[in-house]
Ligand binder design. Structure first.
Ligand code: KG4
Ligand code: ZN
Length: 338
């Protein structure tokens, strides 16, 4: 059987990414992270699409070069159709369409949230693949979902956030603590030096398998306001403990919901995805659950957790095998459910 070479493109938010796959193996995985948003404390959509426009050609060139693959060897182009920021998605979508037309090869659209979960099927000797059905949990800056994954393309969202995404909670609370954007990784790092029991924040009572993080954000805000009235330097003096206590609460919320989901579905296999799955405390919690024989846990390699094109490519590969191609008349889809 001949090898299949797929070029994949991801541009849904603020990372411009391209990857080349040989079947389910990653030959290259290039990400250009846009620094411009740091100054604004969040992603500015207009600036994101402009930066994608500048980055896309060099990023794709680099992915091909690193893979030592010539454009003429490609069998298909996979791209993120949504969900995401419209102006950002349009850059990747237009580029993928044009290249597929120019090379006269099939085009394959990919749902970004499905890709975060199917990233677990990237070929890698050090990573064990999940068995169907499994529970996927996507934790990112824009989404927080529990997904019942029955097969590659048969999945159902069984719980999700009713307000802020978990990464958004990290970024917003981090901002209140005076940290740069994106604050998630910084909070995580400081939390490891703090006492998780120093302060107590409320765990919300949310129905079913849904989440809510806006209450935690407000609780942190009022708590900081009150404490800062008593002591102006409160944040500075307690930064590590504040981060640790916030992170402890987040992990408690996620663990509680996953326990409920496992009980409800009787599925014990759990796979995480999305930028926040890089979080050390979430990883430790999952490893502990596995060690205690509660769940079988799948934690992606670090480079496949935050937005990347390798995960788009693996979905593209499975769709290629199924002959699920996309007409070049397709367009980006900002709201795109799993
Ligand atoms: O999946 P992702 O790269 O982009 C979206 O699709 O949103 O996720 C980005 C989010 C940001 O909110 C960032 O602060 C958060 O992931 N994040 C983390 C960590 N690394 C990234 N949050 C907590 N702990 C981390 N180690
Ligand atoms: Zn993402």
């Amino acid at each position: 059987l001949e090898n299949t070479y797929i070029l994949s493109i991801e541009s849904s938010c603020d990372d411009t990414a391209a990857a080349v796959l040989e079947n389910s193996r990653i030959l290259s995985n290039v990400v250009a992270t846009q620094k411009i948003h740091e100054e604004y404390g969040g992603v500015v959509p207009e600036l994101a699409s402009r930066a994608h426009q500048q980055n896309i050609v060099p990023v794709v060139d680099q992915a091909l070069k690193k893979a030592k693959i010539d454009k003429s060897q490609l069998n298909a182009i996979a791209f993120t159709r949504g969900p995401g920021l419209m102006g950002s998605l349009l850059v990747g979508t237009s580029f993928a369409k044009s290249l597929a037309l120019a090379l006269d090869i099939p085009l394959i659209e990919v749902n970004h949230m499905q890709a975060h979960l199917l990233a677990h099927f990237i070929d890698d000797a050090s990573h064990r693949k999940p068995n169907f059905p499994f529970l996927g949990i996507t934790l990112s800056g824009g989404h927080t979902q529990i997904v019942k994954v029955d097969d590659y393309f048969s999945m159902e969202v069984i719980g999700e956030t009713l307000d802020d995404a978990v990464g958004e909670a990290y970024d917003k609370c981090g901002k209140m603590l005076g940290l740069d954007y994106p604050a998630g990784p910084i909070v995580d790092k400081l939390a490891q030096k703090g006492n998780p029991k120093a302060f107590e924040f409320p765990v919300p009572n949310v129905k079913d398998l849904n989440f809510s993080f806006s209450g935690l954000k407000t609780a942190v805000m009022y708590f900081l306001e009150k404490k800062q009235k008593e002591n102006q330097d409160f944040i500075k003096e307690n930064l590590n403990d504040l981060c640790a206590s916030f992170q402890f609460t987040v992990v408690k919320i996620i663990k509680k919901k996953l326990e409920k989901a496992v009980k409800q579905t009787q599925i014990r296999e759990v796979a995480i995805g999305g930028g926040v799955s890089a979080n050390s405390a979430i990883r430790t919690m999952l490893q502990k659950q596995e060690k205690n024989k509660k769940w079988i846990c799948h934690i992606p390699k670090f480079e496949y957790t935050t937005d990347n094109a390798a995960m788009i490519g693996i979905v593209g590969y499975y769709k290629f095998l199924n002959g699920q191609f996309t007409d070049v008349k397709t367009s980006a889809k900002a709201r795109y459910h799993i």
